[in-house]
Write a protein that binds this ligand. Sequence first.
Ligand code: PMP
Length: 352
Amino acid sequence: MTSIRADLDSLPAYVPGRTIPGAIKLASNEVSLPPSRAVLEAIAEAAAGGNRYPDLAVTGLTGRLAETLGVAPERIAVGCGSVSLCQQLVQATCREPSDEVVFAWRSFEAYPIVTQIGGATAVTVGLDDGFRHDLDAMAAAVTPRTRLVFVCSPNNPTGTAVTGDELERFLAAVGPEVVVALDEAYHEYVTDPHVVDGLTLLDRHPNLVVLRTFSKAYRLAALRVGYAVGAVEVITALRKVCSPFSVSSVAQAGAIAALADADNLLASCAEVVEERVRVRDALVGAGFVVPPTQANFVWLALGERAGEFAAHCLDHKVVVRPFPADGVRVTVASRAENDTFLAAALAFSATG
Ligand code: PMP
């Protein structure tokens, strides 16, 4: 018997999308294309200095983000992927087991994990009938013990997003003391003008913190770079609880180069947006329940048939992401990859 925490036995495992040789991977909301040549060169150059520790304060990348986003560098914390920033948020807000973290369910699977690791209590609020955050119910779930709320928009895995009006009403109901993290990992794919851009609310809501990542639209999932934007008080705390040197030199250099290439990267997001309309229309036309999505993936609300559908896709050499007894999330990728997936999906509905 060691001093290892007994409660870790019940910690759910983070289930990554599987990579299967010879199969198309549509399981992790990545971009299929590799980083650009300029980004690869920057990475290689940084790797050549791999004997030295990285810049602890991530000065260069923070400065470039500050210019790009139009906020002061003191209001940005860079982390080892935005999943690390989720964990840092729990560490920066929760200290007692009675401290509560509120989030919608189903949502990003890291939220319950980082909450439990932080020793806090998760309070989950079901999505509404349209697979959207029920922000009124979430506001009602906030108590004097609530320390942190995660709002995922667009929501992983359902693709639905919250509007500015909904979030404003939520923030007003919750008040200024509880930290509200708006997780915008898929922000670059949002096209609905009603969907909120969290950065526009930050000046009026110092308890709001916006999370973004280089893993999706910026094609750097392997490098592990995410960032938080918020009030100086929150950002200073996030920096304090960060493991030293957790953003490598290679990651910092790659992210700076990707930012310089933003126009190209965002242009390919527009192609994904076109494809997601086509993919969703085809699925809905075949009788699947697929909520409108603002992300680079679609959610098939298959309930008990989720596992069966994923196994069927695998037989057709397509890896998707099943959530048992709930649904299946499928990344929208290139036209050819989407066609392969659609052929598999349509064959399933025909046999259903
Ligand atoms: N938030 C959401 C909603 C996500 O879907 C993901 C990645 N799956 C992340 C955060 C984490 O991204 P990363 O750690 O790669 O920056």
